[in-house]
Design a protein around this ligand. Structure first.
Ligand code: HEM
Length: 514
């Protein structure tokens, strides 16, 4: 055979071999087969989604993959730690819709995508909210919680409003040095802003998602009704950014300093930094108010439903602290049962559910999104996968209520922490209600102190019971919870009274000190 034709045959042979290799290589089909198991074409639940998630967990295991929505439901804490913490580089993104961009939410840290900009914003938060820095908030926390006790004593029937007021006013006080009550126009504006943000996130706006260029059309253009909501939302967010910031700066001359004012002074003439500082204030308000309120509200209800726990925690406080002062954060380590009550509230009632209603509308939220393909326990977890991390219903029922970890998981039993081998004072990282990995709640030290102090102070001074009707019969509490964005008890009637005259005097005396 001529050398040319032999060379040709050799090359031909190599090419044919390469084609065969390509053809028979393990391909997409095997990826498909190696996705984590899950229901084939499920209808995503809209109400009580945790029931369905838990059921899927029982049927398919720790990881449940919904291929139709490229969504992974994590049913167990150890998987959340493996993926969201150990593989955090991959699983720290968030999804951002066109509507959210239009509303300007790409400046809201909790919703921002994983990027250098997010890192910069988060760094500012971390510097000011890390454990040691959060001591700065103690005075505001003591002041506002004393005010809360007084409000509960004077107008107990409005306990839900007082709880919200505590959560909001604490942020204004600790960050801006402002005393802003529930009725203040700024509070009202901020509440409206939260509602608008919720609307922009929760409602479906398919037109803008499918045709992003519609953002350039006027609001009267057919299908462009979303423009009005987006404009209003952006305007409210700007006002909520600017009003307290300007007040904090003008207070410097007369009423004194504050964290935000000090940071603004340090960064005078640096517009990019000033924008970050303003955003930190606004995001704190948005991220702290409903979550803190929800945790304290869940505690109040749990105490009414579990009078034995209430009495036991009160007895511990009486024994350790006595009756003539309020608990302080320095007392925390001496009150293991109160700590266990706090841990049990956070286990049973994480305030940030992520209902599927939310999910069905193109939506996003606090779930983590993966930025590249990953392989875990032999499964392929595709890029862009939304990890329904646990503040989703899955933590609430499947993680926080995993019977393999917590016996009788639906019972409010602080003893499970008190009697556990490590005791109740474990790391804050064990409180899964604050999330996982690089997106873990950046305000958690502040939140942890506020919720604990509120719990200890209420237990020290107040008795919580069912309300009674005119015949003196106890009024039943259905114990229902909201289940949209934040999860907290629905309105109910209760009886909140000072434990005795001494407690009443102690509460009212705090007003003279403030
Ligand atoms: C009981 C109260 C609170 C609870 C239960 C809570 C819970 C959470 C959760 C579950 C997340 C998402 C974590 C994740 O994606 O893995 C989060 C994020 C966040 N929280 Fe909190 N939070 C609380 C209070 C606060 C407070 C007081 C602040 C600040 C003043 C705050 C600021 C933030 C911010 C800025 C983020 C977004 C972090 C990021 O995406 O990088 N939170 N929180």
């Amino acid at each position: 055979m001529a050398p040319a034709s032999s060379l040709f045959l050799t090359l031909y042979g190599i090419a044919a071999f390469a084609v065969a290799l390509l053809y028979f290589r393990p391909r997409r089909q095997s990826f498909v087969e190696s996705f984590p198991p899950g229901p084939k074409s499920p209808t995503m639940p809209t109400l009580d989604s945790w029931v369905q998630y838990q059921q899927w967990g029982r049927e398919h295991g720790d990881l449940v993959y919904i291929r139709k929505h490229n969504t992974l439901i994590i049913n167990h804490a150890h998987v959340a730690i493996d993926l969201l913490e150990k593989h955090a580089r991959i699983y720290s993104d968030r999804a951002m819709t066109e509507m959210m961009k239009l509303c300007g939410f790409n400046n809201i840290l909790s919703l921002e995508q994983y990027s250098d900009k997010w890192r910069g914003n988060r760094k500012l938060f971390q510097q000011n909210f890390r454990q040691s820095a959060s001591r700065r908030f103690y005075p505001a926390q003591y002041r506002k919680i004393s005010q809360y006790l007084r409000d509960l004593t004077v107008a107990p029937e409005e306990f839900m409003q007082h709880t919200m007021s505590l959560s909001q006013s604490l942020i204004y006080s600790s960050l801006y040095g402002l005393d802003i009550g529930f009725d203040d126009p700024l509070s009202k504006k901020a509440i409206e802003a939260v509602a608008l943000i919720g609307r922009a996130i929760l409602e479906p706006f398919p037109a803008i998602e499918l045709f992003p260029w519609l953002r350039f059309m006027p609001s009267w253009f057919p299908g462009c009704g979303f423009q009005q909501i987006a404009n209003k939302c952006a305007q409210y967010c700007r006002e909520v950014d600017n009003i307290p910031f300007d007040k904090a700066i003008s207070n410097l001359a007369s009423a004194g300093t504050s964290l935000i004012a000090e940071l603004a002074l340090e960064n005078e003439g640096k517009p990019v930094e000033i924008k970050k500082i303003k955003a930190m204030g606004t995001v704190s308000f948005l991220a702290a108010s409903d979550t803190t309120m929800a945790s304290i509200s869940s505690f109040l209800l749990a105490m009414i439903q579990n009078p034995d726990v209430q009495s036991k925690a009160q007895a511990e406080i009486d024994h350790v602290i006595g009756r003539d002062r309020l608990p302080t954060l320095e007392d925390r380590r001496s009150l293991p049962y109160v700590e266990s009550v706090y841990r049990e509230v956070m286990r049973m009632h994480p305030p940030l559910p992520l209902s599927s209603r939310y999910f069905l509308t193109f939506c996003i939220g606090h779930f983590h999104v993966s930025i590249e393909d990953d392989f875990y326990r032999g499964y392929h977890i595709p890029k862009g996968c939304k990890n329904f991390w646990p503040s989703v219903w899955s933590i609430f029922r499947a993680m926080g209520r995993d019977p393999n970890v917590y016996s009788e998981p639906d019972k409010f039993m602080p003893e499970r922490f008190l009697d556990s081998p490590n005791g109740p004072f474990t790391s804050i990282n064990d409180i899964h209600a604050f999330g996982f990995g690089r997106r873990v709640c950046v305000g958690r030290y502040m939140a942890d102190n506020t919720v604990w102090l509120a719990i200890a102070s209420v237990l020290a001074t107040l008795d919580l019971h069912n309300a009674k009707d005119n015949e003196g019969n106890e009024i039943d509490i259905p114990g229902e919870y909201t289940e949209i964005f934040f999860r907290h008890p629905k309105p109910y009637q209760s009886s909140i009274t000072p434990r005795d005259l001494q407690a009443r005097d102690l509460i009212l005396a705090t007003g003279m000190v403030d």
